[in-house]
Design a protein around this ligand. Sequence first.
Ligand SMILES: [Zn+2]
Ligand SMILES: [Zn+2]
Length: 351
Amino acid sequence: MKILKYTSLVIFTLLFVGYLLLQNHTVQNRLFENTVKELFKADEIFMSDALSVAVCGSRAPLPSPNRAETCLLVQAGSSKFIFDLGEGSAANLQNWQVDYSDLEAVILSHLHSDHISDVPEVQFQTWLGGRKEPLTVLGPIGTKSTIQGFTSAYELDAYYRSEHHGPELLPIEAYGYVVTEFDGDSEVIFQNEDTKVTAFKVDHFPVDPSYGFKVEFKDRSIVISGDTIALDVVVEYSKGVDVLFHDALAKPLIDRMIKVSDELENNVISKVLFDIKNYHADTIEVAEIAKKSEVDLLVFYHLIPAPRNQTSEQMFLRGVDEIFTNYHVSEDGTLVSLPAGSEEILIDLID
Ligand SMILES: [Zn+2]
Ligand SMILES: [Zn+2]
């Protein structure tokens, strides 16, 4: 009994001293400095000599905590690409302290807001990061006009920041974008000695054009579906590919959401949820595409809706296991690495 009393007294004293220390300004300053050091420290997140994909945004427009809208950061050897930049994705990239010195281009699959809204943020981040020329953007027909809108909207901001921080840090001639549009059913949009990026047309009607992509680096490759219904062309492009990243709509979840929305007589939500079903592949169709194309790994991204707990993840995946088992439901920070000259597929999470 005495021992218990003594132990309680010691614990209470330690807690009290700890509390007092946390009120001390020097201790507070040191703790904050340590947090900032972690934030500013640039850790390399990618393996060298590999094709890697970091999911910088895993959700579609339906909100979900701790997830940004669509974004995939791809490292192919010494070249970097960002496929789509939805809301919140630039903050992920900033938190990861991404090295933009080898960024070749921002590549847009289509011009829906959940794929483009953080483009100006990354334009600014890369400008502040030392970019000496305007940012290269590749996108479908319409991209020039959309980007022109961003350029106009942020023009004053650019002058203010250049004036404030000085032209050495932010040269005004490096502000903005150089846009190249691609067209047709299929086009090689980037190529160097070991990397090739091909855009291929998908079906996201009435969003036309909308594209998917194949990225090849040495002996490794991936396909990114973009936003699309289930298509044979995705099967064709995915044959012999290591990993397929596919957008996916979970009917069991969307149908329940429509039911609840109907009961609440929220006609707007019901109509939107009903409409989105006709321009995205559902999880079962995506599993069938992965099976037909015999990819080694299927990664679900652009999740509609993104599961919030184990129950909704089980509902998201209902029926998938019966068709294709080697899949991964991505979250923000999912990192898939494919080292060249091997068959390895490594899955990790950036913290
Ligand atoms: Zn989308
Ligand atoms: Zn879309």
